[in-house]
Write a protein of this length. Structure first.
Ligand code: CP
Length: 302
């Protein structure tokens, strides 16, 4: 049985807890996997990993699976809708069940924030956070950092604008913790009712005009499901005030890159033509998710 210290060292719950050296090691190892031409390197074939998604996902779920399969990991895919969670079984009992069957690590996505931390204290295998509420999404931040480092050659001194629903965004939080540790500066731009006041001490809120003057313009998904409750502006009003329209994109410095974690609401937070423009790195971000998650799985299992 693995010691509690080892389990903690191999888990990845958030970027807040990682040191700069650990982030650099993960990015270096990502570069190693990114440059491997062999699709299959089954160095982890004796290991079993359960991907436990209690909330929907396309990118994170499939790029973890792709990363695990490229390393030869024996993959168990758990989806809440097709499990005993539907009969009321708790998240804790579900994870303990899979642990008792012999998994070596678990990848977990959850709706509530804070539960993963408690879970990690109770189980004896490393857990990887695949997104928990509005708390953290560490592998998304790692793939974002890797995308920036690959493009600019480094992260120190970069100015990154994160635009959109900061309050509900785990992507904004993980990027803030990671980028500032790596010597980049972060600024936020958001409608007043989507700001997270507790983060203002770490990154200033700026106007849309100011936010466009950056090395990286990272747009966040508008959570359209919040429209019904009247929390946000209409999609049209949002686009007008906070969207990366073709007109705004045309005013970016040609060296600026455009990012978005996706899924994208085309013509709401970002115009259709901008998504696949020459300055966009949205699809390369998705591609980079695979080598990032290979590096994270290696750290968890070796
Ligand atoms: N970026 C991201 O986390 O996408 P999914 O919700 O599809 O995993």
């Amino acid at each position: 049985m693995m010691t509690a210290t080892k389990v903690k060292e191999r888990s990845l719950l958030g970027m807040k807890e990682l040191a700069e050296s650990e982030i650099t090691q993960l990015l270096d190892r990502t570069a190693y996997w990114d440059h491997q031409s062999e699709k299959l390197t089954p160095v982890l074939r004796a290991h079993f990993v359960a991907n436990m998604f209690f909330e929907n996902s396309t990118r994170t779920r499939f790029s973890f699976e792709m990363a695990e399969k490229r390393l030869g990991v024996q993959v168990l895919n758990f989806t809440a809708a097709a499990s005993s969670v539907e009969k009321g079984e708790s998240i804790y009992d579900t994870v303990r069940t899979l642990e008792s069957m012999g998994i070596d690590a678990g990848v977990v996505r959850l709706k509530p924030a804070g539960v993963l931390q408690q879970l990690a204290e109770k189980v004896g295998v490393p857990l990887i956070n695949a997104g928990d509420g509005n708390n953290e999404h560490p592998t998304q931040a790692l793939l974002d950092l890797y995308t920036m480092r690959k493009h600019f050659g480094g992260l120190k001194g970069l100015k990154v604008s994160i635009i959109g629903d900061i309050m509900h965004s785990r992507v904004a939080r993980s990027n803030l913790w990671a980028l500032t540790k790596m010597g980049a500066s972060v600024q936020f731009c958001a409608p007043a009712n989507m700001q997270a006041p507790e983060l203002a001490a770490y990154a200033p809120y700026v106007s849309m005009e100011e936010a466009l003057k950056a090395d990286v313009v990272m747009m966040l998904r508008v959570q359209l499901e919040r429209h019904a409750s009247g929390i946000i502006l209409s999609a049209e009003q949002y686009r007008e005030h906070f969207g990366l329209t073709e007109e705004r994109a045309s005013r970016l410095d040609p060296a600026t890159i455009i990012m978005h974690p996706a899924p994208v609401n085309r013509n709401v937070e970002i115009d259709d033509a901008v998504v696949e423009s020459s300055q966009s790195r949205i699809f390369p971000q998705m591609a980079n998710g695979v080598p990032v998650r290979m590096a994270v799985m290696e750290r968890a299992l070796q």
